[in-house]
Structures are given as structure tokens and as C-alpha cells.
Design a protein around this ligand. Structure first.
Ligand code: FE2
Ligand code: FE2
Length: 180
């Protein structure tokens, strides 16, 4: 099952679950926050490499949609980068979670309601599978930190983003991050 919309939708639902958990539990705030940062970093980097270039190419008005989404993703990355550095359970942490929750929900709604229907209508089912496969692969190889200073253009994500992803994984291995 590699339909692009199924894969992205699973990711979105997983993020929503994490956000709900973060809003209700304080005990696991650290590991939950870490998981959110890792999942989101992979998801958005994969979209930046493969999803938005396809939207630009295939959807009439795709450039406008992609530009708006990328600016939302950049904003989200900046918040997650602050969250990653904040003390779990602190006021700052809680405020950043609620800031990300608002922005993240708006971003998911924008993608699902304003972008997906147009893209769905122009892709064949084979193309949906192919794009899904590319996104899955990019997620596996993707960064686990937000990297707000790496440009979100697809070219930059494939070069600078890929190098950052390798460094992230080496550091995760060293610290056992994301294993809890
Ligand atoms: Fe996104
Ligand atoms: Fe998304």
C-alpha cells in the first residue's frame, strides 16, 4: 500500500494523536515532544522533496499552493526547533506545543482540503502509487530534526537536507534518541 494520499494521511493522523497526547499528559512530555519533532521532520522533508514539486508541475495554480504550504512548513519547523530545545513540562514548552498544535492543524487542513483534491484529480492510480513510494523512501532516509535553516526547495532538500539527515541519524544512534 503506497498510495501517496494514504501515506500522508496516516502521518497526519499520527501527528494529531501525538498532539492530543501532548495536550493531556505532562508525564511523558519529553519523549512525546521528541517523537513529534522526529515524525514531523521526516514527513515535511519528504513532502518538500517529492510532493510539492509534483503539485507545482501538475496542479493548475500549483505554485501558489506550494508556496503557501512551504511557508507554513518553515514556520512549523521554527516552532519545533524551539520546542526541541525547551525544557519538557516548562511553560515555554507548553506554549510551544499549543502554538504548534494550532499551526500544525491549519497546515494539515490546508493540505487535505485545498491541495489534495486538485492533485488527486490529475494523478492516475499508478502515479499515486509511485509518488507514495518515493515519499516512503524519502521518509526512511529523512532528517529527524527540523533544520529551519536548510532551504525547503526540493533541490536543497535533496543535497543539504540529505547530509543533515545522515548527521541526525548518527547522533540519534549515539544518544539512543527516539528509542523510548
Ligand atoms: Fe506539510
Ligand atoms: Fe503533510
Amino acid at each position: 500500500m503506497t498510495d501517496v494520499f494514504d501515506i500522508l494521511s496516516q502521518d497526519h493522523r499520527a501527528v494529531e494523536v501525538l498532539l492530543r497526547e501532548l495536550a493531556t499528559t505532562s508525564a511523558d512530555a519529553g519523549p512525546l515532544g521528541e517523537k513529534l519533532v522526529m515524525e514531523e521532520s521526516r514527513h515535511e522533508a519528504a513532502e518538500e522533496q517529492h510532493f510539492w514539486p509534483t503539485v507545482r508541475e501538475r496542479v493548475p495554480d500549483g505554485d501558489r499552493l506550494a508556496d503557501r504550504a512551504l511557508s507554513q512548513e518553515d514556520e512549523g519547523k521554527a516552532v519545533l526547533d524551539d520546542l526541541r530545545k525547551a525544557e519538557p513540562g516548562s511553560n515555554e514548552f507548553t506554549q510551544l506545543v499549543s502554538k504548534f498544535t494550532q499551526a500544525g492543524r491549519a497546515h494539515i487542513a490546508f493540505e487535505e482540503n485545498e491541495v489534495w483534491p486538485s492533485l488527486r484529480s490529475v494523478l492516475t492510480s499508478e502515479e499515486r502509487q509511485e509518488l507514495g513510494q518515493k515519499i516512503e523512501r524519502a521518509k526512511e532516509a529523512g532528517p529527524t530534526r527540523p533544520h529551519p535553516n536548510t532551504p525547503s526547495s526540493s533541490g536543497a532538500q535533496k543535497t543539504a537536507g540529505a547530509a543533515a539527515a545522515v548527521a541526525d541519524k548518527a547522533m540519534d544512534k549515539l544518544t539512543g534518541r527516539g528509542k523510548k
